[in-house]
Design a protein around this ligand. Structure first.
Ligand code: SAH
Length: 213
């Protein structure tokens, strides 16, 4: 698992591209610049790691496009030590970005194969989320709720009610909503029963699926 100067150079170019596309959070750009995305992909495909595209990671899933990771992370407006629930660990790359930004991360994955890889890989690379859970993201993780932020990295047909209720008052969720094409949606819990929504543009995600087995 090596990170060469060539990888670093390609990563810098990717960061420049993200700046051109409008990402302006220094912390997020810095995290992308420092985390070797190629180490979250199969070795044979590492030449694809620094292209701004989603890429298959097995089990019919993809590692999200770097721009999407950067945008979703920026929308979270993370502060150090905030508690973040991530739905869809996948490759673990987005999880690593959140850990790098000093969030306390609880992440859930429903594909056992991806879960198994992520629990091995993240600690080896030095990223220690609070919890990596195998299970159904629709349920969230009630034991550790409420969360400052909830990030959904798969396309949800509707906003899962159980997840909304695991947000702190004042907490925010970033979720792509829609069946075929998703609208990036930011939802703020302004009081116990009041939520405010803001739409941030169209994206394409793999679907958030129901049931673990
Ligand atoms: N954050 C990941 C993105 C992976 S794609 C990365 O950077 O690699 C979305 C992930 O969400 C997939 O791994 C998929 O298996 C997972 N997923 C889909 N529905 C889910 C659910 N109900 N609960 C938990 N994970 C889910």
């Amino acid at each position: 698992m090596i990170d060469t100067s060539k990888h670093k150079g390609l990563r810098k170019k990717l960061v420049d591209k993200l700046i051109q596309k409008g990402i302006d959070s220094k912390e997020v750009l810095n995290a992308i610049n420092s985390i070797p995305r190629h180490l979250f992909m199969d070795k044979d495909f590492e030449s694809h790691a620094y292209i701004d595209k989603a890429f298959p990671i097995g089990s019919n899933q993809t590692i999200s496009q770097p721009y999407t990771v950067a945008l979703q992370t920026s929308l979270l407006k993370l502060k150090p030590n905030q508690k973040v629930l991530e739905i869809g660990t996948g490759s673990g790359y987005q999880t690593a970005i959140l850990v790098k930004l000093k969030a306390k991360v609880y992440t859930i994955e429903r594909q056992h194969n991806l879960y198994r890889k992520a629990i091995k890989k993240l600690p080896i690379l030095g990223f220690k989320p609070e919890l990596i859970k195998y299970g159904d993201g629709y349920l969230g993780i009630k034991d550790y709720a409420p969360y400052d932020k909830i990030l959904i990295t798969a396309g949800a047909a509707d906003v899962p009610k159980k997840l909304l209720l695991q947000l702190k008052i004042g907490g925010e969720m970033v979720i792509p909503v829609g069946k075929n094409i998703q609208e990036m949606t930011c939802i703020k819990r302004v009081s116990k029963n009041k939520f405010e929504k803001e739409m941030m543009g169209k994206f394409s995600f793999v679907p958030m699926l129901k049931n673990t087995n």
